[in-house]
Design a protein around this ligand. Structure first.
Ligand code: UGA
Ligand code: MN
Length: 249
């Protein structure tokens, strides 16, 4: 099955560094299709050039989309990347509607700042409906994970808002393409969505806890880390362009 990784991304000083790191991971994964969705009104030159370079250098197939987060949603407490993930989902659904036969596939929401092991992709590739696994450095703990007994998820080890229906980070699950296609209305919603509820709201539309497929050795191995990149210090950046050349960073 092909793995569609849907990555929301937005313009900031570290963007190209993040995308480079991600590309270096993804280019090592077979049958991966990168759906890169910019948070912008139009595709930016930086990301367009990046994608062109990726394809030229034998990187993974990459589809470059954009969807702008309305200004009113760009503030603390609002979930991030709702519009971008939905744009990615819409693209995946459209692509497969046009194909004559159903194709096996997996959809994974891969934020641009996390750290992904190659083993993670091997694990998720066998997703029948919805698979889950631990996420390192999430929820205010060294890791969060689904608690598994006899091959079934029976609870959650989490330090943050444990009452959520699916207390899991975006990086902690994958969904089969068949489930995405047979639930055409399942999308990410904001509707007063509280922090950390996006994953639960989405998963609730497509699955139940009983149905979840534990990966990563019954959820005892961390194969993905919710890393966050430090904000760069640009306090010595000159007000006006001083260098003799203009360089994209
Ligand atoms: C946590 C979760 O890991 C995210 O999946 C979830 O979307 C987010 O919380 C949330 O608050 O909604 P966190 O590290 O706090 O993640 O969020 P970011 O990594 O800053 O953003 C998640 C994704 O959205 C990234 O891929 C980022 O590039 C993108 N993003 C962020 C945008 O597209 N636009 C923005 O304005 C901000
Ligand atoms: Mn993040």
């Amino acid at each position: 099955p092909v793995i569609y990784t849907i990555t929301p991304t937005y313009s900031r000083p570290v963007q190209k560094a993040e995308l480079t790191r991600l590309a270096n991971t993804f280019r090592q994964v077979a049958r991966l299709h990168w759906v890169l969705v910019e948070d912008s009104a139009v595709g930016t030159e930086l990301v367009s050039r990046f994608v062109a370079g990726l394809l030229r250098s034998g990187g993974p197939p990459c589809t470059h989309l954009h969807a702008l987060t309305p200004r009113r949603f760009k503030r603390p407490g609002q979930p991030r990347a709702t519009e971008q993930r939905n744009a990615g989902l819409a693209w995946v659904r459209q692509r497969h509607q046009r194909l004559p036969a159903p194709q096996p596939g997996v959809v994974f929401f891969a934020d641009d700042d996390n750290t992904y092991s190659l083993e993670l992709f091997q694990e998720m590739r066998t997703t029948h409906k919805v698979s889950v696994w631990p996420v390192g450095l999430a929820g205010g703990r060294r890791y969060e994970r689904p608690v598994v007994e006899k091959g079934k998820v029976v609870g959650w080890y989490t330090g943050w808002r444990a009452g959520r229906p699916f207390p899991i980070d975006m990086a902690g699950f994958a969904v089969s393409l068949q489930v995405i296609l047979s639930n055409p209305k399942a999308i990410f919603r904001r509707h007063g969505s509280q922090p950390g509820m996006q994953e639960s709201d989405f998963l609730r539309q497509i699955t139940t806890v009983e149905e979840l497929e534990p990966k990563a050795n019954n959820c005892t191995k961390v194969l993905v880390w919710h890393t966050r990149t430090e904000k760069v210090n640009l306090s010595n950046e000159p007000k006006y362009h001083l260098d003799s050349v203009k360089i994209e960073v």
